[in-house]
Design a protein around this ligand. Structure first.
Ligand code: SF4
Ligand code: SF4
Length: 61
């Protein structure tokens, strides 16, 4: 699944603009990815200018 490091994200919106599944929601100081809608295309990973999005096999608690 796709994960965002919310502490590092600067909420630029680049990932939102590129997501073909339209499943990233940006708030004033928060970002949420609807993993049920995410197709794991990884475009958001490539487009994030500060590389705070990553792909993990399983969610780590
Ligand atoms: S991996 Fe693709 S579908 Fe999933 S959040 Fe990123 S851009 Fe959207
Ligand atoms: S592209 Fe990266 S820095 Fe910009 S909003 Fe998305 S996760 Fe945050």
């Amino acid at each position: 699944m796709i994960k965002v490091d919310k502490d590092e994200c600067d909420f630029c919106g680049a990932c939102v603009a590129v997501c073909p599944a339209d499943c990233i929601e940006l708030f004033e100081e928060d970002i949420e990815i609807d993993i049920k809608k995410c197709t794991e295309c990884k475009l958001c990973i490539y487009v994030c200018p500060i590389e705070v999005i990553s792909y993990v096999e399983h969610e780590t608690l």
